[in-house]
Design a protein around this ligand. Structure first.
Ligand SMILES: Nc1ncnc2c1ncn2[C@@H]1O[C@H](COP(=O)(O)OP(=O)(O)OP(=O)(O)O)[C@@H](O)[C@H]1O
Length: 279
């Protein structure tokens, strides 16, 4: 496993997780994970349905409670300093959160009010967020007329309104066609280059993770099975190896990545619902 890049100038890691567990009843969704995401990285959390990816990111963004000291965001304790953590995080969940009956601009303006952006700055901040996602021209159209890719980018624009240092995206490209997926990644890349923002993303798409993430963690059944730079992880298995091969080797599993044990019908239904709404 390769170590995360050294933090520059003593900056705290964007995310630091130690010994994290979370159970729904008797079922351990997250089963003792340790993870560091360096400031400025694009970090991918990969795994089959039910691996524990969404639960992990809900713990990071403080939507689920965690024990003190187990999750830190830029050094802030997610258990004890929840509001401070929320202020530096932008989160785009898997389920759609934009209102089709409002224009793109109105949707983002609503988030500006929710996040308490001062009235005098709102118009400019809304315009900047929309432009960062390439939605200037469509800004005054009803979001209900947007394509799946534009809708995703609108949600990203909403999440950018509080100028987060950490952007957390749950399956940002699921259900999108290859062209729309490429545009979403292009915008994420440009954003990172311009702002140095840290991006933590979950995805089922191995090829996208290989291409766009600085490092990845492969999860199954609530545990991290492999962690590192995609090219380094695959190199150990030969020139033709993919991240799916790495996953199979680590999880000791003959199943394909997407079929690996862990996902129940509820997990798969939720993924399909998102995909079909965006498709
Ligand atoms: N609210 C809940 N109540 C009960 N069990 C849950 C709940 N949310 C998740 N789980 C269970 O916890 C485990 C991890 O789920 P989680 O959603 O974190 O996985 P995931 O890797 O994000 O999957 P997906 O790719 O389908 O989003 C699964 O077994 C899931 O069924």
């Amino acid at each position: 496993m390769s170590e995360e890049p050294a933090a520059e100038g003593g900056t705290a890691p964007a995310v630091e997780i130690s010994g994290l567990r979370y159970a729904f009843g008797a079922r351990a969704a997250v089963d003792g994970i340790d993870l560091r995401v360096a400031a400025g990285e694009v970090f991918g959390l990969l795994g089959p349905n039910g691996a524990g990816k969404t639960t992990t990111i809900r713990l990071i963004v403080t939507l689920l409670p965690c024990p003190p000291g187990s999750v830190r965001v830029f050094g802030l304790d997610a258990a004890r300093e929840r509001m401070a953590v929320r202020r530096c995080v932008g989160y785009v969940p898997q389920q759609l959160s934009a209102d089709g009956a409002l224009t793109g601009r109105q949707n983002v303006a609503l988030f500006a009010r929710l996040y308490g952006v001062p009235r005098a700055e709102r118009e400019e901040r809304v315009a900047r967020s929309l432009s960062a996602m390439g939605l200037e021209e469509a800004a005054d159209r009803l979001a209900g007329t947007y394509s799946g890719g534009m809708m995703r980018r609108l949600e990203l624009a909403q999440a950018l309104i509080n100028r987060p240092r950490l952007l957390v995206l749950d399956e940002p490209t699921i259900g999108l066609d290859p062209m729309a997926r490429a545009v979403v990644w292009e915008r994420i890349g440009a954003l990172r280059a311009e702002t140095g923002m840290t991006v933590l993303v979950t995805t089922h798409y191995m090829d996208e993770a290989e291409q766009h993430c600085d490092r990845v963690a492969l999860m199954s059944l609530g545990r991290i099975r492999a962690l590192g730079v995609p090219a380094e992880l695959t190199a150990g298995l030969g020139p033709e190896a993919s991240l799916e091969d790495v996953f199979r080797a680590c999880a000791g599993d003959s199943l394909s990545f997407l079929d690996a044990a862990g996902g129940d019908a509820r997990d798969i239904r939720s993924t399909r619902r998102t995909a079909s709404r965006l498709g």
